[in-house]
Design a protein around this ligand. Sequence first.
Ligand code: PHE
Length: 343
Amino acid sequence: MEQLLEKIESYKKEIEGFKAADVKAVEEFRIKYLGTKGVVKNIMGEMKNVPTDKKKEFGQVLNDFKLFTEDKYESLKSNAGNGHQAKASGIDLTLPGDEMPLGSRHPITLMRNRIVSIFERLGFAVAEGPEIEDDWHNFTALNLHEHHPARDMQDTFYVQQNPDWLLRTHTSNVQIREMEKGVLPIRGIYPGRVYRNETVSARSHCFFHQVEGLYIDENVSFADLKQTLYFFVKEMYGKDVKVRFRPSYFPFTEPSAEMDVTCFICGGTGCNICKKTGWVEILGCGMVHPNVLTNCNIDPGKYSGFAFGMGIERPAMLKYGINDIRLFSENDVRFLKQFTSTI
Ligand code: PHE
């Protein structure tokens, strides 16, 4: 009796430690322990030698042993079935998986998406244009003639192989490309990278990002421009922000304006960011110049429209408290991984 119990215990240990690398080994287990001449049957056979008064107690032990062996068989079977190839090649499927590091979006992308999605809700459609552009789309069609002084405002990188090609100095080239398609009305929002030959420092860079907006239809007025930009500012900077339009000059809009918002750092009381003025300039805008419409074969007698352009870097720097524009393009993972949003 004692001997039999010991035997069962040692079988249990053996069974517990049994490892099956493949389906073949699982079958070997079944034959050895659960087969017609297997261990379980064999021990069951010992029942007849057990004294009657112990039969009940011993029957329980035997039954537990049988269930234990069957459980083990089931688990061996399902493991081997799951990946017997992997098991055969020595891979341990029971090891915990490697952690998958979750990437994050670049802060410029986050800010770009924020800006663009506000206009998308107003029905503006996203489009993009080329970064290597010709003189016509970047300057001439936008009413900047060859000797126009405003060309000097935008120090241009030219492409050596072809003097007509340049790196676009603003996203306004996309206005022209979209108008040239000849499908009206137009309600578009155009994000992208632009280039200017400027000395790289903490505050300025030779490439940066803009979002351009364009609305062309019959009877579009300056009131439509203001209302659209008011909506944008409230969505972007909150209900309490105040807005100010200052007359300005761009060759491709008439009238032209620049828009300021009350400083979102100090709330308008004056700080270093707003140079103690309480205001921050966020965009340039205006009614599309009739010459520009004509250049794109749109009749300025019938159609009118507005356009605006804003930078992405500055709002991103203010929102995330970034004090050096160069960080955006250095690809330092310690910087990038601080922006946890993946949207
Ligand atoms: N393209 C202008 C700039 O880069 C911004 C602008 C766009 C102004 C559209 C008016 C209308 O400064």
